[in-house]
Write a protein that binds this ligand. Structure first.
Ligand code: ZN
Length: 212
C-alpha cells in the first residue's frame, strides 16, 4: 500500500497556489508515485477543460503547459521512476552540489537535518532528513501540517510503514514517533510549519528537529 498526498494538495499544486516548499514536495512525490501522477494529470485535464470554456483554447493550453513545466521533465506514461542515488528532478535545483555539500545539523540520536533554501518566503520549512538505521524523530506533536516524503529507505510510525515515494502526513491531531527501518539509512524530504512539539524530557533537552 502506498501513502499518497491528499487530492486537495494535488489540486493546489495543479492550480499553482501551493507555497514553494509544499510545491517542491508534491512535485517530488508525483515524480516517484505513479498513482499521484495519474491523479494530477486528471486534475490538470479537468482544469484545462474548465479554462477552455471561459478562455481561448490557446490560453488553456498555455496554462496547462505552464503547470506541467513546473514539474520538470515528464516521464513517459506508466514509468515508475524510483530514487537510486540520484535525486528526483524537482529536487535537483535545491541540492545543486549534492547531498554531502549541504549543511547537515544533528537533531538528536540518529537524525540529521539540512534546510533547503527557497526563493519565495513562506511559513513553511523545506528540509532533507537523514535517519540512521533504527534512528528517527523523537516523539512529537505538530503546530501545523507536516509532510515527510521518503526518498530512499523507509520508516514507520504507529499508523503505518512508509517506503520510497510515500508521504507521511501529520497535523495538530497527530502525535507520532517515526522510526527508520533497521536495515539502512532513510533519506526524506520534509515540509513543516512551525516548530514541532517534542514530548517528554527528551524534548526539553534536544530542542531539535524544527526549532532552529
Ligand atoms: Zn511529525
Amino acid at each position: 500500500m502506498t501513502h499518497r498526498v491528499a487530492d486537495e494538495f494535488l489540486l493546489d499544486h495543479a492550480a499553482g497556489t501551493a507555497p514553494e516548499p509544499i510545491a517542491v514536495l508534491v512535485a517530488t512525490h508525483v515524480a516517484l508515485n505513479a498513482a499521484s501522477r495519474r491523479a494530477l494529470r486528471q486534475l490538470e485535464t479537468i482544469g484545462g477543460a474548465l479554462l477552455s470554456e471561459v478562455a481561448p483554447a490557446a490560453t488553456a493550453a498555455d496554462a496547462l503547459e505552464r503547470t506541467l513545466s513546473r514539474l520538470g521533465p515528464q516521464e513517459p506514461p506508466g514509468a515508475a521512476p524510483s530514487f537510486a542515488g540520484r535525486l528526483p528532478a524537482p529536487l535537483q535545483a535545491y541540492v545543486p552540489h549534492g547531498l554531502d555539500a549541504l549543511r547537515w545539523r544533528t537533531r538528536g540520536r540518529g537524525l540529521a537535518e539540512a534546510v533547503l533554501a527557497c526563493t519565495t518566503p513562506s511559513a513553511y520549512r523545506l528540509s532533507l532528513l537523514r535517519m540512521a538505521p533504527g534512528g528517527g524523530i523523537p516523539r512529537h506533536g505538530h503546530r501545523g501540517p507536516e509532510f515527510v516524503l521518503v526518498l530512499s529507505g523507509g520508516f514507520s510510525d504507529q499508523r503505518g510503514r512508509y517506503g520510497p515515494g510515500d508521504v507521511c502526513f501529520a497535523d495538530e491531531s497527530v502525535e507520532h514517533r517515526p522510526v527508520a527501518d533497521a536495515d539502512g539509512e532513510c533519506l526524506c524530504l520534509a515540509v513543516t510549519r512551525g516548530p514541532v512539539r517534542l514530548k517528554g524530557l527528551l524534548g526539553l533537552v534536544l530542542n531539535p528537529f524544527m526549532g532552529a
